[in-house]
Design a protein around this ligand. Structure first.
Ligand SMILES: NC(=O)c1ccc[n+]([C@@H]2O[C@H](COP(=O)([O-])OP(=O)(O)OC[C@H]3O[C@@H](n4cnc5c(N)ncnc54)[C@H](O)[C@@H]3O)[C@@H](O)[C@H]2O)c1
Ligand SMILES: [Zn+2]
Ligand SMILES: [Zn+2]
Length: 393
């Protein structure tokens, strides 16, 4: 089959790789019909490159049609339409039963000391072949795939794999009080969807910061107050002006470690390009690199006693977190990979009744799988209006 494969920094290609097969009696094989490119994929071709290997199949936002099932699979059958969550969770362990699927005890990566495996991600998360491909092997066929109805385009459901539950969890973790103010940092797909969900859940005062014009336009169109800057002082000032000097009740960081304004981050990114992977892998695990521009904005923009909800992904074991300031401001902090299945029962009914979140035209680009390298480049450079790209195998 054809698949998007990792070859190095800023280098993905479309290669022919072996078709996936049923390996366990609970596996299913899905023929992929749509597959998103995510901001998290960009980390893999940047700072997380030392944890990737040439030939790794990328992608963790797929949906499609079940083609083959193992002998013990009863929950889905060939022909069923399914979305595949980005975290690989068994659905039956203690963590899964608590709604903490990203900490699944069956797929945790003990050797690396990391949580549940992810499709198409680094060796820290199991190095499992991903879904930017024609076919995908999906384990836990009775509990992992999300069955979705036929009859509507893929765009209606595909974001159940990641964008929707990630943004939903970010808004839930933000815990905005009634009448309160939410600030969203970053208007990529995740931040954009956070603002939509916040409005949908009745949060009226939603602010968002970014500098990419088309991303700001999308947010403005749906009633979000945009801050056309990512500079900490600008953002903090504007939020304080809007909140009697207090700051936002909650801030969602939907940026993560590729934030603008983190001077040392670009040095680290350049270093990963010249220092051997084995050395850089160690460096990433034990050394702090200040890539915390967005997080620091969150700490300063949130009001005393407020909440920061972190959905942007960070790396670097000893990044200098401003703990004294966080303690003094009495900040609550919640974060983590989205527990996809935790939120499916809340989100799926919203998608089948109508389209209040605007998912039908959320994607800016539908691109054939063969053109993935160009699509990655455009998404990375934020060129050609690329906000969300769906690949179609
Ligand atoms: N927690 C999870 O389960 C989960 C799931 C999916 C994605 N993510 C993470 O969420 C983050 C966002 O993903 P995305 O697909 O929207 O990515 P993206 O790269 O498209 O969007 C990031 C946006 O942040 C803006 N930005 C950069 N620096 C900023 C700053 N200092 N202040 C404000 N805005 C800034 C950029 O201009 C860009 O528009 C990534 O870190 C990704 O890895 C987490
Ligand atoms: Zn994703
Ligand atoms: Zn589990």
């Amino acid at each position: 089959m054809r698949a998007v494969t990792w070859h190095g920094r800023a280098d993905v290609r479309v290669d022919t790789v072996p078709d996936p097969t049923i390996q366990e009696p609970t596996d299913v094989v899905v023929e992929v019909t749509s597959s998103g490119i995510c901001g998290s994929d960009l980390h893999l071709i940047e700072v997380m490159a030392p944890f990737m290997s040439v030939g790794d199949v990328m992608g963790h936002e797929p949906m499609g049609v079940v083609r083959e099932v193992g002998s013990q699979v009863t929950a889905v059958k060939p022909g069923d339409r399914v979305v595949v969550p980005f975290n690989i969770s068994c659905g039956t362990c203690w963590m899964c039963s608590q709604g903490l699927q990203s900490q699944c005890e069956t797929t945790q990566n003990h050797e690396q000391g990391f949580g549940a495996s992810l499709f198409g991600y680094t060796k820290l998360y199991g190095q499992v072949p991903g879904g930017q491909a024609e076919y995908l092997r999906v384990p836990f066929g009775n509990t992992l795939p999300i069955k979705v109805p036929d009859g509507l385009p893929d765009d209606r459901f595909v974001y159940l794999s990641d964008v929707l539950p990630t943004a939903w969890q970010a808004v839930q973790y933000a815990a905005v009080p009634p009448g309160g103010t939410l600030l969203v940092l970053g208007l990529g797909p995740i931040g954009d969807m956070c603002t939509r969900i916040a409005h949908h859940l009745g949060i009226e005062d939603v602010y968002a910061s970014d500098v990419v014009p088309e991303r700001l336009t999308r947010a403005t169109a749906r009633g979000t107050h945009v801050i056309r800057s990512t500079a900490k002082d600008d953002v903090v000032q504007q939020v304080q002006d809007a909140t009697a000097g207090r700051g936002a009740d909650a801030v969602i960081d939907a940026v993560g470690m590729e934030a603008h304004g983190s001077p040392l981050a670009s040095i680290a990114q350049k270093a990963t390009a010249v220092v051997p992977d084995a050395v850089m892998e160690k460096v990433m695990q034990v050394v702090g690199v200040d890539r915390l521009a967005a997080f620091n904005t969150a700490v300063d923009a949130v009001r005393r006693g407020g909440t920061i909800s972190l959905s942007g992904v960070y790396g670097g074991a000893t990044d200098p977190v401003p703990l004294m300031r966080m303690f003094d401001k009495q900040i609550q902090l919640r974060m983590g990979q989205a527990n996809v299945w935790r939120w499916v029962p809340d989100i799926l009914p919203i998608l089948t009744e109508g389209d209040p979140l605007g998912v039908d035209d959320f994607a800016t680009h539908h691109v054939p799988l063969e053109q993935a390298p160009q699509a990655y480049a455009d998404f990375r450079e934020k060129k050609d209006g690329a906000v969300k790209v769906l690949l179609t195998p």
